[in-house]
Write a protein of this length. Sequence first.
Length: 114
Amino acid sequence: MAKERRPLTQDEWELAFLKATASFPRQYADQIVTGMSDDELSQALQATLGIFGGSGGPDQLSITYQGSGLRIWASWHVHNHVSEKPLFAGKATIAMARELYGIADPEDGQMCLF
C-alpha cells in the first residue's frame, strides 16, 4: 500500500532532521557545548550524514540523507531524491543544526541575548 502524499508539519520537519542526524549529538557533544564555526559544523554534518542513507517503514516518515550538499529529504510517501527538492540543503542544514542542537558560532560577534 502506498503512503499518502501530504505536506509535512514543522514538527515533522524537525523530527526528520533529528532522525537523519541521530548520531551527531553523541559524536560531537564537546563541540556542541563549546560551539562550532560554519566550516566545522559543515564537516561534522557531512561525516554524520555519510555518503548516502535513509530510513522508513509503515507509519513512519521516509527519510533520505546525503553528506554531499548536506541534503535531507523527508515525506510521507516514498520520494525520489533525484527529482524532488530536499527539505534541507547546505546552509539551511547548518542553520537547523544550530537551532535544534543549540550550537553557538564562536566566530559570531553578536552578543547572545538569551
